[in-house]
Ligand binder design. Structure first.
Ligand code: T5A
Length: 228
């Protein structure tokens, strides 16, 4: 049996990392082989690209962008990260594992398309090239207002003196609202793949919804060994 690619998407601070971690632990407890990854930065090459793209070292306080990155250059760097990532995901899927991925193609549509205003045809073509046709089997869109997500991140990074955030977090609120609009429209266009989850509630409540949906999916995909 081929594995499945499950993607988590949403605006900054919507809670993807938190939910993916919990979801991974839960799947492991059911005896289901699972791999957690992310974009950008799911490979060795991707880690270098992530540092260039976000211009903030992990765990360090933010600095103003060190050098400019043109919008189309940014798009191509995300595509390069994805292309390498997909190559390294293929054997994992071939081994029948479940992949939980923090962001994938929809992020490029929402951030570079809706956010930056780059041409959607170009983005869709690049996504097809970068993924070599690999689509997500299921995408959880963690839906929360852009303001709420950003506030969560700022609170987490430095409650007393909120950090500026990385290069993309530093974009103005209008940018993040356009990204949010992008997710709303994508979810409406792809109901077969994208499931909206209300991410304004507690961590536990969100995880319960995700697990309920996943149990049904896993059963349909033939992961019969699971104990519910
Ligand atoms: N990008 C990415 C593009 O522009 N184009 C692309 O093609 C791709 C792939 C990635 C950046 O790259 C951009 C988008 C991004 O700007 P990143 O650092 O990976 O950068 O940033 P995010 O993906 O936004 O991930 P974050 O880790 O920053 O946010 P999460 O994962 O959504 O949120 P999480 O789980 O870390 O939670 C944030 C805080 O909120 C709390 C957590 O404890 C944490 O403190 N929290 C909650 N608080 C209250 N209620 C809840 N339900 C909560 N859930 C979590």
């Amino acid at each position: 049996m081929n594995g499945k690619l499950i993607v988590f998407e949403g605006v900054e601070g919507c809670g993807k990392t938190t939910q993916i971690q919990l979801c991974g632990e839960w799947l492991q407890s059911l005896g289901i082989p699972v791999v957690i990854t992310r974009e950008p930065g799911g490979t060795e090459l991707g880690l270098h690209l992530r540092r260039l793209l976000l211009q903030k070292a992990e765990g360090e306080s933010s600095e103003p962008s060190a050098f400019p990155i043109a919008d189309r250059a940014e798009l191509l760097l995300y595509a390069a990260d994805r292309s390498q990532h997909v190559e390294e995901l293929k054997p994992i899927l071939a081994a029948g594992k479940i992949i939980l991925c923090d962001r994938y193609t929809d992020s490029t549509v929402t951030y570079q398309g809706y956010g930056r205003g780059l041409d959607m045809n170009l983005i869709n073509k690049l996504n097809t090239i970068a993924t070599n046709g690999l689509k997500s089997d299921l995408t959880f869109w963690l839906d929360v207002d852009a303001e709420v997500g950003l506030a969560r991140k700022h609170k987490a990074s430095a409650p007393a003196a909120p950090a500026k955030g990385d290069r993309i977090e530093q974009e103005n609120i209008a940018f993040h609202r356009r990204v949010q609009k992008g997710y709303t429209e994508l979810a409406a266009s792809h109901p077969e793949r994208i499931v909206r989850v209300d991410a304004s509630v507690s961590v536990d409540a969100i995880q319960r919804v995700i697990q309920k949906i996943l149990l049904l999916k896993l059963d349909g995909w033939g992961y019969k060994q699971i104990k519910s």
